[in-house]
Design a binder for this molecule. Structure first.
Ligand SMILES: Nc1nc2c(c(=O)[nH]1)N[C@@H](CN(C=O)c1ccc(C(=O)N[C@@H](CCC(=O)O)C(=O)O)cc1)CN2
Ligand SMILES: NCC(=O)N[C@@H]1O[C@H](COP(=O)([O-])[O-])[C@@H](O)[C@H]1O
Length: 214
């Protein structure tokens, strides 16, 4: 029996993706969520962690604190858990270059757009405003440049004429809950790596849209 992959999840809010990963660990994910760290003390994801007897910490940004200073405090909190994989799940802070480089190849994020389209915030409204016919979510390795790391897996949803950002966000979120645990499983199996700025699954280089099932 191989050592289970130690997963640390960073959150800021609801924690639906955290919950999906917790539920996946109970099934066949070959991983354990060993801790949850939030930058918001009122994040509902902290409740979810407590309900599943998972240790939690809060690292709340101080007023006038630089991103480097925040990152140093966050690294200290993370070190307690000795994670194999850091999962950003609705984590809403831009991380410093120094912080990200400390965990290169072992930190992933789920972003609510079909990257490279719409890095940053308000992705659903931007897709609606652009009259896009499809939208979706992307799981990617985290690099210093925001939402620009190598894409691992994407899920697409249709955009309907009557869509609001809220309706579209819900449709995208349902897909997120399906794909994020899959990527965590791939990593826990040792199948997923980042080398020279590219993502590889089973030593096959993944394209701009990540893994494409044939
Ligand atoms: N260096 C990196 N940091 C982060 C990445 C990344 O790829 N590289 N991914 C993001 C996740 N994310 C979108 O998926 C994201 C999170 C936060 C923001 C942002 O503009 N945050 C603001 C504060 C917004 C708020 O508090 O509501 C900020 O930090 O000033 C954009 C994209 C996680 N970090
Ligand atoms: N830029 C990061 C970002 O916008 N992440 C988004 O936060 C939402 C809430 O996640 P949660 O329910 O897992 O907390 C998710 O849709 C995720 O894509």
């Amino acid at each position: 029996m191989s050592k289970s992959c130690r997963v640390l999840v960073l959150i800021s809010g609801n924690g639906s993706n955290l919950q999906a990963i917790i539920d996946g660990c109970d099934d066949n994910l070959e991983a354990d969520v060993v801790g949850v760290i939030s930058n918001k003390s009122d994040a509902y994801g902290l409740i979810r962690a407590h309900q599943n007897e998972i240790d939690t910490s809060c690292v709340i940004a101080h007023k006038d604190e630089t991103r480097v200073e925040y990152g140093a405090r966050l690294k200290l909190a993370i070190s307690k858990y000795q994670p194999d994989l850091i999962v950003l799940a609705g984590f809403m802070r831009i991380l410093s270059d120094e912080f990200v480089q400390s965990y290169e190849g072992k930190m992933i994020n789920i972003h609510p757009s079909l990257l490279p389209k719409y890095p940053g915030l308000n992705t659903h409204q931007r897709a609606i405003d652009a009259s896009d016919k499809e939208h979706g979510a992307s799981v990617h390795f985290v690099t210093p440049e925001l939402d620009s790391g190598p894409v691992i897996l994407q899920a697409k949803v249709p955009v309907y004429g009557e869509d609001t950002a809220e309706l579209l966000a819900e449709r995208v979120n349902q897909q997120e809950l399906a794909i994020y645990p899959m990527v965590v499983k791939w990593f826990s199996q040792g199948r997923l790596k980042m080398t020279d700025g590219a993502a590889y699954l089973d030593d096959i280089r993944l394209g701009e849209a990540g893994y494409a099932a044939d």
